[in-house]
Design a protein around this ligand. Structure first.
Ligand SMILES: *Cc1c(COP(=O)(O)O)cnc(C)c1O
Length: 359
């Protein structure tokens, strides 16, 4: 069998030869004692791209988000976020265990929040309630199927938050996908937020790392919190170099992933038994499976055995993600395998056997 077409996530990319060479040749130093020059160059570049004074490099997006929360809130405070967001669903409840915070959840439409949904969401000054300090948005929205928050909504929601004394944090793990999809720069998107988290290990194709961006003062505290969360890294230039290379080389090409995602969207629309729960804006495609075909986990298991890897994200929902290590031809092949498999199952000529995992 040929190499699997891995559509489980945009985190599965491997550093290219050119990236590995760049990494091999980078200058390093102890970034805890003082500063590693490659980390410094990366921090400077991402701060400039997001229009912020400073940035701090960390090992993961979970850490940049959690340090972001820690900067803005004290134990007992509350933050407002969308119910399907990564900070609430996929970070082990770290806001509670690490920082003593509680979330106030508002359900969006595939992750998209409308400004009027926020009205009345700030708790009154009353000893029964936590103090509402922060509003978090996610763009693009992972669980929402890579949806881009409409720019006007972001602007209005953040304006409302600041008018009402809240701070704002953007989980921009995939902000560059939103940039590629809209032509609105990272700087413009970021201008509405106090702090912004960016992942280099998603669609940008670096092996490791994220950055938190904000004011110099905020980043002074971010560096302290990073240390206590276990994220002080010594010769971190070896991983920052991958992220720096990614920012310099892999931003412009990102629209290709979005075009490839459209191929998947088309085949899903045209295959009986499959449907899209919402529009496909970027590189994430959610595929809903009719119950008469089988469960998402069983379909994912079957596709896996045919060389197409994907994740079951719900009882009847599969997630497919395009990225820089899958070509347009490979995505076409994946489309054929998906549609043939579903047709054969519905015609009774193929049985689903194995049971893949559900996330
Ligand atoms: C991947 C991701 C993160 C961070 O994940 P790590 O695995 O900790 O780097 C944060 N937010 C969103 C929306 C993500 O998709």
């Amino acid at each position: 069998m040929t190499t699997p077409i891995d559509l489980r996530s945009d985190t599965v990319t491997k550093p290219s030869t050119a990236m590995r060479e760049f990494i091999a040749n980078c200058q390093v130093d102890d970034d805890v004692i003082d500063i590693d020059p490659t980390v410094a160059a990366l921090q400077e570049l991402i701060a400039e791209m997001t229009g912020k004074e400073a940035a701090i490099f960390m090992p993961s997006g979970t850490m940049t988000n959690q340090v972001g929360l820690r900067i803005h809130c004290r134990p007992g405070d509350e933050f407002i976020c969308e119910a399907g967001c990564h900070i609430y669903n996929y970070e082990q409840g770290a806001y509670a265990s690490l920082s003593g915070l509680s979330p106030s959840l508002i359900a969006g439409d595939n992750g998209i929040l409308q400004p009027e949904q926020l009205l009345g969401s700030i708790k009154a000054d009353n000893e029964h309630f936590p103090i509402t300090k922060l509003l978090c948005l996610e763009n693009t929205h992972n669980r929402g199927g890579g949806r881009v928050q409409p720019y006007e909504n972001v602007k209005q929601i953040c304006h409302w938050a600041h008018e009402n004394g809240l701070k704002t944090h953007l989980d921009g793990a995939r902000l560059f996908n939103a940039v590629a999809a809209t032509g609105i720069s990272a700087k413009e998107w970021s201008s509405h937020f106090d702090t912004v988290s960016i992942c280099f290990s998603k669609g940008l194709g670096a092996p490791v790392g994220s950055a938190l961006c904000g004011t110099k003062e905020q980043m002074y505290y971010a560096r302290r919190h990073r240390k206590v969360f276990g994220g002080g890294m010594r010769q971190a230039g070896v991983i920052a170099a991958g992220a720096l290379f990614a920012l310099q080389n892999n931003v412009e090409r990102m629209h290709q992933d979005h075009e490839n995602a459209q191929q998947l969207a088309t085949i899903i629309n045209n295959t009986e038994g499959l449907s899209l729960p919402g529009p496909v804006d970027t590189n994430i495609v959610m595929m809903d499976i009719d119950e008469n075909i089988g469960t998402a986990a069983a379909v994912a298991g079957e596709l896996d055995s045919q060389g197409v890897r994907c994740l079951a994200l719900g009882p009847q929902r599969i997630r497919l993600v395009t990225h820089l290590d899958v070509t347009s031809e490979q995505v076409s092949t994946a489309c054929e395998i998906i549609s043939t498999t579903v047709k054969e199952v519905l015609a009774g000529s193929r049985k689903l056997s194995g049971n893949g995992a559900q996330y």
